[in-house]
Design a protein around this ligand. Structure first.
Ligand SMILES: NC(=O)c1ccc[n+]([C@@H]2O[C@H](COP(=O)([O-])OP(=O)(O)OC[C@H]3O[C@@H](n4cnc5c(N)ncnc54)[C@H](OP(=O)(O)O)[C@@H]3O)[C@@H](O)[C@H]2O)c1
Length: 293
């Protein structure tokens, strides 16, 4: 049993990390604006607060899932994005190295430009937006800080949401419910991945010997689809006709998005750590609580 701190425990991924890891570990979660007991409030922009928190809890593992992950928000506020996505991550990595805490950083497929998929773990960074740049910068510092730090890159995530607009996948259901003939991006290739599969992967990774954990891991489901493709599955779940949806065969969002960042998970495959699920079934379960009247 390990003592694990999860930052971003009030967020989409963090909430599920807390649930899954608590089965066989002592887990302490931190959040910010949504933190309420037992989740501790910790502003990751306050270095003295981080030091006090680590002095108090002395974890074996720290999973850093907190970030600003909306590309359009990052594009519009570079200073706040650097503070949270880069500076706070660097400070945590330094603290973890000094305290011999296994540091795990959650990064993104957006560190790539999407023109030469699939990407191996050692592929060069080529971000096309500020969010991707901030994560790439954090990765570089973390890797140079310690060979024992772990970086996991993940694609677009879905899972239990507090409200439909919380994730880039479930918001599609809201769009379809509001407008059954809504338009959906049919250009960018995505690999929607369930947060529980990320959590199960991390549970398996933290059990590995020290010689296996350092460096970059890719964690991704393997079903490729555009947002229009996801919308067709989702329309069926929410009781609308997929034939009414409108396909948009070019990019549709403000901050530039990469075309196809397929992540090849060669290191996890070598360790025989792979969790996947069928999108059509999984999205049905995720949406069910939001469709009951
Ligand atoms: N969601 C995706 O599709 C996706 C895709 C690729 C990579 N990722 C990466 O996966 C990780 C988890 O993403 P997510 O979707 O779970 O994010 P999320 O739902 O947006 O949650 C972000 C978390 O960061 C916390 N936070 C924000 N500002 C903070 C601050 N100043 N101090 C402390 N905590 C702060 C939030 O706390 P409060 O809400 O309590 O303020 C929240 O717990 C992130 O590193 C993200 O970049 C996500």
């Amino acid at each position: 049993m390990k003592k694990i701190v999860v930052t971003g425990a009030t967020g989409l991924l963090g909430r599920t990390l807390m649930q899954v890891l608590a089965h066989s570990n002592t887990v302490i979660g931190t959040g910010f604006s949504r933190a309420k007991p037992p989740i501790e409030q910790l502003d990751l922009n306050q270095e003295t607060a981080i030091v006090d928190f680590l002095d108090k809890h002395q974890p074996d593992v720290l999973i850093h899932a907190a970030a600003e992950r909306k590309p359009d928000i990052c594009e519009n506020d570079h200073q706040a994005t650097i503070a949270l996505n880069v500076k706070a991550a660097e400070f945590l990595a330094n603290q973890c190295k000094a305290r011999k805490i296994h540091f795990i950083f959650v990064s993104t497929d957006y560190v790539f430009d999407g023109t030469s998929a699939p990407y191996l773990e050692n592929a060069c960074h080529s971000p096309v937006n500020f969010y991707g740049q901030s994560k790439a910068q954090a990765e570089q510092t973390i890797l140079s800080n310690s060979a024992l730090h772990t970086i996991i890159r993940v694609p677009v995530l879905y899972g239990e949401v507090e409200y439909l607009a919380e994730s880039a996948v479930t918001v599609i259901a809201q769009q379809i419910l509001e407008q059954p003939n809504s338009k959906h991006d049919d250009w960018a290739i995505r690999f929607p991945t369930h947060v529980e599969d990320i959590a199960l992967t991390l549970q398996a990774l933290i059990q590995q010997p020290e010689s296996n954990i350092g460096g970059i891991f890719h964690v991704s489901d393997n079903q490729s689809m555009t947002k229009y493709g996801m919308a067709k599955h989702i329309a069926n779940v929410v009781g609308k006709d997929p034939a009414d949806l409108v396909s948009v065969p070019e990019p549709t969002q403000n901050a530039t998005r990469p075309y196809n960042c397929a992540l090849k998970d060669s290191r996890l495959a070598a360790l025989d750590i792979q969790f996947t699920r069928d999108f059509a079934n999984a999205i049905k379960q995720v949406l069910a609580p939001h469709l009951e009247q």
